[in-house]
Design a protein around this ligand. Sequence first.
Ligand SMILES: Nc1nc2c(c(=O)[nH]1)N[C@H]1C(S)=C(S)[C@@H](COP(=O)(O)O)O[C@H]1N2
Ligand SMILES: [Mo]
Length: 307
Amino acid sequence: MLIKKNNELSENEVTDFSVYHNRRKFMKTAAGIGIAAVSGMPIIEASAKTVSPYSTDEKLTDYKDITTYCNFYEFGTGKEDPAKNAHTLVTSPWDVIVEGECEKPGKYNLEDLLKPVSVEERIYRFRCVEGWSMVIPWMGFPLADLIKRMQPTSKAKYVYFETLHDPKQMPGQRRAVLDWPYVEGLRMDEAMNPLTLMGTGIYGKDLLNQNGAPLRLVVPWKYGFKSIKSIAKIRFSETQPVNSWQKANENEYGFFSNVNPDVSHPRWSQRRERRIGEFRKIKTQLFNGYGEQVASLYAGMDLKKNF
Ligand SMILES: Nc1nc2c(c(=O)[nH]1)N[C@H]1C(S)=C(S)[C@@H](COP(=O)(O)O)O[C@H]1N2
Ligand SMILES: [Mo]
């Protein structure tokens, strides 16, 4: 079962950066030697190939910060609420309903859904619309792998996602903070982009409930709220879905929500961001720095209108 790949590190290894980085270096070198021994290639060149071209080498955010400074309104609106409250969520067994415009709709057990995928590590910048950011070593697989298996029809123009709706397990859903369940959507080309991940873990371990276990979306060039947690339903649709934050306030939150320092939130600037764990602010980059991979998706679009 490939989801186990997330469990390679023990708890105390995970909290220690140097061990984590050394292990990564060791893995790279070991893989490099293996390839070099077979092919006679220089070790450095061979080992470089084992690093995901999509990963940033910026300083990682602390595991503790990633798992205690969270947004997950199903477990409260405070940043520290999800880590305290999310233990009531039962993530195994877990089903994902796939429906709409595809050839393989159905109710899938998560283990079956994950069996054919290979989980890999991707270190991404993650920018929240509120102005903070993190650098997170995700475990996951490209959403495109899952979409292809579901064989979307030619009518499938968007992919819609829904979080589990169960106020017994998610006490925040007893209050009308948002229109539950939390929903999100991507245009098909955004969903198929190789950067878009289905996240299953962080720092080589399975996701904790507060980070969206057992399965969440990770879209690194968009504001954090697009990365919907604890996904229980996926629908292929012909029409553009309305996401939760858009429903809550369409003047402040749009469908695309691409990270863009030139488009202010009506109540604050998006020019700068604070990395969690650091004090200084840094400049926010267009598409969160992933323009090379995704700018072409929006060619000819007015990004001020399509915010
Ligand atoms: N179901 C659900 N998904 C959600 C949210 C939420 O409240 N509910 N919050 C979003 C927001 S605003 C952000 S910034 C990220 C936060 O992810 P993290 O807490 O794992 O860093 O999750 C997103 N996904
Ligand atoms: Mo957010």
